[in-house]
Ligand binder design. Structure first.
Ligand SMILES: Nc1ncnc2c1ncn2[C@@H]1O[C@H](COP(=O)(O)OP(=O)(O)OP(=O)(O)O)[C@@H](O)[C@H]1O
Length: 306
C-alpha cells in the first residue's frame, strides 16, 4: 500500500472573535495520494482557504486547531516543526497574489531568491516563468506593474520553484483568460502525472471536472461529499453538490437557492437543510460521512464503507 501524500484526521479550526467563535473547518478527514489531483470546491466562505492555511501553518493567533495532518506518513503538519516543510515540500499558490508579493522586489529577484533558497540555480527562473505562461521579459517588473493575471502566474511560478511534492493551489486561475486558465490547469495536471500531488481549491467546477481525480465538496466548514470526479459529475449524491452542478451554465444555470449559514451560528444538524428540498426532521441531527455524502437523504444509493 502506498503511503498517502497527505492524510488529515478530524481537522478542526476555530477562530475566536469577541463574543463569537467562527467554525471555519470542522472534523475534516481526507487522504490524498501521490500522483493525485484533489479539487476542493464550495461556495465562498465555506472554509477552503482556511484549510490551505492550516496545512501551511499560516493561521493567525486567534485560531485554534485540533486533529491531525500528516505529510508522507512521517511529518506532522499541525504540531511538528514545519519551517523546513513549508514551500519546500508543501507549496501554496495563494488566493490573493497582490498581497502575497513583496512590492519592493522585481519578479526576477523574487523568483531567483526562492530558487537559491531551495538549492536551485538562478538560471532556472526564465524556464519556470515560461512554464506558467509568464513572459520572462516581464520578470524585471515590480509587482505593482503587473496585471492581476500576471501576478497570479508569478505566484504560481514562486510556488513551483522549490518543486514541492504537495502543491495547494488556492484559486490559481482567478483573473486569467480562458487559454491561460487551461494552461494553468494542464500544468497542475502534469505535475500529478509525474507523481506529485495537487490540491486545487476552486469555485470553478468546470476546472475541477477538467483535471481532478477526486472532488471534495465543502459546505459550512465540513466536507459534505467526496467522490472520484467522474462519479460526482455524473451522479452527485449530496443535494448541495447537485445544486452546485445545476448552477453551471451548460446545465440548468440555476443558482442554489438561499444562502450559506453564518459560521458563528451553525445548527446541530445538517447545515444545508434550510436550503434543501429533501430535508426532513431527520436532518436536525448531523449525518455521518460514511458513504460518499454527509446526507440523510442522498440522491444516489450510498456504498457505506466497511
Ligand atoms: N482570521 C480570521 N478570523 C476570523 N474568521 C476568519 C479568519 N479567517 C477566516 N475567517 C472566516 O473563516 C471562514 C472561512 O473562510 P475561508 O477564507 O476559508 O473561505 P473560502 O471557502 O476560502 O471562501 P472564498 O472562496 O471566498 O475564499 C469565513 O467565515 C471567514 O470569515
Amino acid at each position: 500500500m502506498t503511503t498517502p501524500r497527505l492524510s488529515t484526521d478530524g481537522l478542526t479550526v476555530r477562530f475566536r472573535l469577541r463574543g463569537a467563535v467562527v467554525h471555519a473547518v470542522t472534523d475534516l478527514s481526507l487522504t490524498v495520494q501521490p500522483g493525485e489531483l484533489l479539487a476542493v470546491v464550495g461556495e465562498s466562505g465555506c472554509g477552503k482557504s482556511v484549510l490551505a492555511h492550516t496545512l501551511l501553518g499560516l493561521l493567525p493567533r486567534n485560531a485554534t486547531v485540533s486533529g491531525r495532518a500528516v505529510l508522507d506518513g512521517n511529518t506532522e503538519l499541525l504540531t511538528g516543526r514545519v519551517s523546513g516543510v513549508r514551500g519546500r515540500r508543501v507549496g501554496l499558490v495563494p488566493q490573493s497574489p497582490a498581497t502575497a508579493l513583496n512590492p519592493v522586489r522585481t519578479g526576477r529577484r523574487l523568483l531567483e531568491e526562492t530558487l537559491r533558497a531551495h538549492g536551485r540555480p538562478r538560471s532556472d527562473a526564465d524556464g519556470i516563468a515560461a512554464a506558467v505562461g509568464f513572459d520572462p521579459a516581464d520578470l524585471d517588473r515590480y509587482p505593482h506593474e503587473l496585471s492581476g493575471g500576471m501576478a497570479q502566474r508569478l505566484c504560481t511560478a514562486l510556488a513551483l520553484a522549490p518543486d514541492p511534492s504537495l502543491l495547494i493551489a488556492d484559486e490559481p486561475t482567478t483573473g486569467l483568460d480562458r487559454p491561460l486558465v487551461d494552461h494553468t490547469l494542464d500544468l497542475l495536471r502534469r505535475r500529478c502525472d509525474t507523481g506529485n500531488t495537487v490540491i486545487l481549491i476552486t469555485h470553478d467546477l468546470t476546472a475541477a471536472q477538467r483535471v481532478a481525480d477526486r472532488v471534495a465538496v465543502m459546505y459550512a466548514s465540513r466536507i459534505v461529499e467526496e467522490q472520484p470526479a467522474d462519479a460526482l459529475f455524473a451522479a452527485p449524491a449530496h443535494p448541495y453538490t447537485a445544486g452546485l452542478l445545476d448552477a453551471l451554465p451548460d446545465r440548468a444555470f440555476r443558482a442554489v437557492p438561499g444562502h450559506p449559514p453564518m459560521l458563528t451560528a451553525l445548527p446541530a444538524g445538517c447545515a444545508f437543510a434550510p436550503r434543501c428540498t429533501r430535508a426532513t426532521d431527520a436532518c436536525a441531527t448531523m449525518p455521518d460521512l460514511s458513504g460518499t455524502a454527509r446526507c440523510h437523504h442522498p440522491l444516489v444509493e450510498q456504498e457505506v464503507a466497511a
